[in-house]
Design a protein. Structure first.
Lengths: 238, 410
């Protein structure tokens, strides 16, 4: 089991007022799964994903990742896990401005273990090639379309060969054609064996996954396998 | 994170964020350059003033009319006319043992003309000892003699610049000039002396004291007297003797009621030193303000960019940066920026100081190009610490946020 959540809660204190974003979430994700988390805004889906990705800490509950109890992790261990085992794809891409596509992809490697830089660069170029971005390697993010920027972000998520890819509304800022391309990539990656957890509020995007979780008011209200999966390659989603 | 990578990324960041880096450095550059050049001007001005007093000759005693105390010069030094000092006082001073030469002075301003050339010059009424007292020489002709004084002769000796202006290439000797419509005969031309204090001595003309008193000004007193003493160690006794002579001549019994003041150049140097030191302190205050302004500039840029940087820090943490990676990055980034800015500031400050020195020298002053190492050190230290503090502070705060909170910043 890659991810195992038990009774996870998350409270935010805002000016003394406590808001519960998650109220006792239990979840298991196996290796190789492609899970979409759905729910209205405020349902806690993003919070759940941030906790899974160690970007945020749960208020209470038990979380074990890749067989390890996350409670034991100190900050530097969390940084290591984020660096080596998890790849993030954000809605807003979050690329470093004024930095080449290649350097953006290489960003996680500078915080990783000391390895040959040439190897990293070769890997980065291979990933860019695979994502049809080779010709953009030396461009800067602002010269790229939204879809291209999101593909760069995916390449960055892949560079350290993570156990888990987390995508937070990966198509949220994209037009439907670019969105379709991004989903195509995610599906391909899943076919190759990558575990993906994706947050979305769009049903047709969620139906590209194999399993859909629905959150409401901080609790999982449904957890189903997708019966009729969309295959992004076969045409525009919608 | 590896250091080589960090350095590469920092350099990348500086180059990539050109305008941000430049604006930050600008604060440091301006602060450092301003401090260095202001302090340089202060030091050079002090040096210039002191050098010019020294150039008058060190074994000089000056006698001014009016009382003075230890706190400051007599009011006559500020241009208030006091009539107690007379030519005859100088004659008696000259009789004292250690006194080599004595010169009495009275000054006026008037239109000096030769044919169609006319200028406003200062004229100085003098006695024959002047070249000895002030260590000057004349280039042509002769100086004022005792007979000139006795006869109220209308003869004039020209400063080198005055001669050039009035006569050009022509030989001025034996020519007639008019000073306030009174005809004088030119008998000599002084050697060039260079500007001194606030007046350019080369632009003055010199006439016999008595002529100036009786014909030009209609007065019987002198502005001041200077006495040249044979040796430095005799200055103190000579000062005392001069005081006694003057008290006797002015019938003063109580030294507290002296109507004159006697000062040696050494004392004058002391006073001038105090004054210029105050001037320098004032300049330091001005320089400090420019440093503060520079510091605020740095601070502003750092704070304006903090949101962008917070997002960047959030992203870096999300992809695996540890807190110490973030701090190291920002520390090195700020250090590189402030040191580079400091360096450019030092160079710019030195260039500005050199330009000022060149400019002032062009106007005939012997203005030395002085760089104070303390100014360089202090300003750089200050700028670098401001840069580091305000570079690290926002970064430190951002690095404490969870990656999610940092990323959410708009």
């Amino acid at each position: 089991m890659l991810i195992k959540l038990e009774n996870i809660t998350k409270d935010y204190a805002d000016e003394g007022l406590i808001t519960s974003a998650l109220r006792g979430v239990a979840l298991e994700v196996k290796e190789g799964e492609f899970v979409a988390i759905m729910g209205a805004s405020g349902s806690g889906k993003s919070t759940l994903m941030h906790i899974i990705g160690f970007l945020d800490k749960a208020t209470s509950g038990k979380y074990s990742f890749d067989g390890e109890d996350a409670e034991q992790f100190i900050d530097s261990k969390l940084a290591e896990i984020r660096n080596r085992k998890i790849g993030f794809v954000f809605q807003a891409y979050n690329l470093l401005a004024r930095t080449s596509v290649l350097d953006n992809v290489l960003l996680p490697t500078i915080y990783g273990p000391r390895l040959d830089k040439k190897t990293f660069e070769k890997n980065a170029r291979q990933i860019l090639e695979k994502l049809n971005l080779s010709h953009r390697a030396n461009h800067q993010p602002n010269q790229l379309s939204g879809g291209e920027q999101q593909r760069v972000a995916i390449a960055r998520a892949l560079i350290n060969e993570p156990r888990l890819i987390l995508a937070d509304e990966p198509t949220g800022n994209l037009d439907s054609k670019s969105g379709q391309e991004v989903m195509e990539i995610l599906q391909d990656l899943n076919e190759e064996g990558h575990t993906i957890v994706m947050v979305t509020h769009e049903k047709y995007v969620a139906e590209c996954a194999r399993r859909i979780l629905t959150l409401k008011d901080g609790q999982i209200v449904s957890d189903d396998q997708v019966a009729a999966r969309h295959i992004a390659k076969d045409g525009l989603i919608k | 994170m590896r250091l080589s990578n960090t350095l590469k990324y920092i350099w990348g960041n500086l180059v990539l964020n050109k305008s941000r880096s430049f604006l930050t450095m600008l604060g440091i550059i301006i602060g450092v350059a301003a401090v260095i050049s202001i302090m340089s001007v202060g030091a050079s001005a002090q040096d210039l003033l002191l050098a010019q007093v020294k150039a008058m000759g060190t074994n000089l005693i000056g006698i001014l009319p009016g009382a003075s105390d230890d706190q400051g010069p007599p009011s006559s030094a500020f241009g208030i006319e006091i009539t107690t000092l007379k030519y005859e006082d100088a004659l008696d001073i000259k009789k004292l043992p250690h006194v080599l030469a004595v010169c009495s002075y009275i000054t006026g301003r008037g239109t000096v003309s030769y044919q169609k050339e006319a200028y406003e010059f200062n004229y100085v009424g003098l006695t024959p000892d002047y070249p000895v007292v002030e260590d000057t020489a004349f280039a042509a002709g002769r100086f004022i003699k005792q007979e000139d004084l006795d006869n109220l002769a209308r003869v004039a000796v020209l400063g080198s610049q005055a001669a050039k202006k009035l006569f050009g290439q022509e030989n001025p000797l034996e020519k007639q000039i008019k000073v306030n419509q009174i005809v004088f005969k030119v008998v000599g031309v002084m050697k060039e002396r260079g500007a001194s204090g606030l007046q350019n001595q080369d632009e003055q003309i010199y006439i016999p004291l008595k002529t100036a008193q009786k014909i030009m000004l209609g007065i019987d007193y002198v502005a001041y007297i200077r006495a040249k003493i044979d040796r430095e160690e005799n200055i103190a006794p000579a000062t005392e003797q001069i005081k006694q002579v003057l008290r006797f001549r002015h019938r003063i019994k109580d030294p507290a009621k002296d109507d004159f003041s006697v000062r040696s150049t050494a004392q004058a140097l002391d006073i001038l030193g105090t004054v210029t030191q105050a001037l320098k302190s004032f300049l330091v205050a001005v320089a400090a303000i420019s440093l503060i302004v520079g510091g605020i500039g740095i601070m502003n840029i750092m704070f304006v960019t903090v949101n962008e940087r917070t997002k960047e820090i959030g992203l870096r943490k999300a992809v695996g940066a540890k807190r110490k990676d973030i701090l190291l990055q920002f520390l090195l980034e700020s250090a590189a920026m402030t040191l580079l800015g400091g360096l450019v500031g030092i160079i710019l400050g030195i260039l500005i100081s050199a330009a000022i020195a060149l400019g002032v020298n062009y106007f005939g002053y012997d203005w030395k190009f002085i760089i104070t190492p303390l100014a360089v050190f202090l300003s750089t230290l200050m700028a670098v610490s401001v840069g580091l503090v305000f570079g690290l502070w926002p970064a430190n705060r951002a690095s404490l946020l969870s990656p999610m909170d940092a990323l959410r910043r708009q």
